[in-house]
Design a protein around this ligand. Structure first.
Ligand code: NAD
Ligand code: AKB
Length: 326
């Protein structure tokens, strides 16, 4: 019987994984935790929720024991841009938070899902068709914590037999919860601004290619990996996964298929541009396809269509009106 706990459950990824797991396994089988409770209050009120800092292991262990948790989705972390502005906190949260979760998992015999990122690669990594197993010398603090996190999860598997699993996500695009301070946040903001104002000012250069994924694929990747036959998993903690690679100019061109007068200009943020320049253009995700049948369902066109449809219907100040013939 699955009993799941999610850390960072009210964030961009956590809020969507929480909704999917609660609909799949039952609301009372999925316990949400976060250090805040003032966003996604529907999730907070609908079922078990606990507010605490994930680095507080005693509080985490008490909830794990109370609900007899067998699987932890550990999503509390600082993203790349926020981490670069406060590297000391990023180190503390991203690594001591993970260590706390792994220790509780070891003692209480839980499986653990921990996402890594394209941020685990650096400028000396091959930029095109970045292989699963390759050079990892990231230059951002976020990347340093992600590489160390991948290794720490491998260590807990080999040393203690903790069933640790994870993927290297690309930039995630979604319409439920706004992104939390990453380099790829522009790729979400652009849809909100396209629907509201018909124009967007982008903080990355127009020709900056990065891997991206629509949230339904990201949620499916996490759940499918955690359900996968362990005998088939050779990599476990850091599977490259991707769905598409594009630059802001290309994304704008796809938005113009639906909003022909959409305009984009560029006011480059040097910190986030430097981080983006150090990341791959596009990943190769063969190991995930072979070891647990990973396959994305959304491409740039189908994602753009869905984002514009959903946001134009939901945002009260939407200027763009969706037409089903469009
Ligand atoms: P997010 O910033 O949207 O959410 C993180 C959540 O963690 C927030 O709700 C925050 O309140 C909570 N949190 C922060 N500090 C905490 C603490 N000390 N104790 C308890 N909770 C705390 O981030 P996200 O986008 O949902 O990312 C989740 C995971 O996925 C992270 O590990 C991130 O690195 C990884 N990831 C995300 C993306 C993406 O594009 N969103 C891409 C690659 C990897
Ligand atoms: C970020 O930009 O920090 C995240 C990521 C790709 O890890 N979206």
């Amino acid at each position: 019987m699955k009993k799941i706990l999610i850390t960072g459950a009210l964030g961009q990824l956590g809020s969507e994984i929480a909704a999917e797991l609660r609909s799949r396994f039952g609301v009372d089988k999925v316990v949400l935790t976060d250090r805040r409770d003032d966003v996604n209050t529907d999730l907070v009120e609908e079922g078990p929720f606990y507010r605490f800092d994930v680095r507080h292991g005693e509080e985490l262990a008490a909830v794990v024991r109370r609900y007899r948790i067998d699987t932890i989705y550990h999503l509390a972390a600082l993203l790349s841009a926020t981490a670069e502005n406060d590297p000391q906190t990023a180190w503390d949260l991203n690594l001591n938070g993970l260590m706390t979760v792994l220790e509780v998992a070891r003692e209480e015999r839980c499986a653990v899902f921990t996402p890594s990122s394209i941020g685990a690669f650096g400028p000396s990594t091959p930029r095109d068709w970045t292989p699963q197993d390759t050079i990892q010398r990231p230059t951002s603090m976020y990347g340093v914590t992600k590489v160390a996190g991948e290794l720490l999860c491998d260590y807990y598997y080999h040393k203690y037999g903790v069933d640790t699993r994870g993927v290297r996500y690309p930039g995630l695009i979604s319409n439920r919860t706004l992104p939390g301070g990453g380099t790829t946040d522009y790729a979400v903001d652009v849809y909100y601004q396209a629907v509201r104002r018909g124009r967007y000012s982008c903080f990355l250069k127009g020709d900056t290619y990065l891997d991206m994924m629509y949230m339904p694929d990201a949620v499916r990747a996490a759940v499918d990996l955690m359900e996968a036959d362990p005998a088939r998993l050779r990599h476990r903690n850091a599977f490259n996964v991707t769905a598409m690679s594009f630059c802001p100019e290309e994304q704008a061109a796809y938005i113009r298929r639906y909003i022909p007068d959409f305009e984009i200009d560029y006011h480059v943020d040097p910190v986030r541009q430097a981080i983006a320049n150090s990341w791959p253009n596009n990943l190769e995700d063969y190991a995930a396809r072979v070891e647990w049948d990973w396959e994305p369902r959304f491409d740039l066109d189908t994602m753009t269509r869905d984002m514009l449809r959903v946001l134009s219907r939901r945002l009260e100040d939407a200027r763009y009106v969706w037409s089903d013939e469009g």
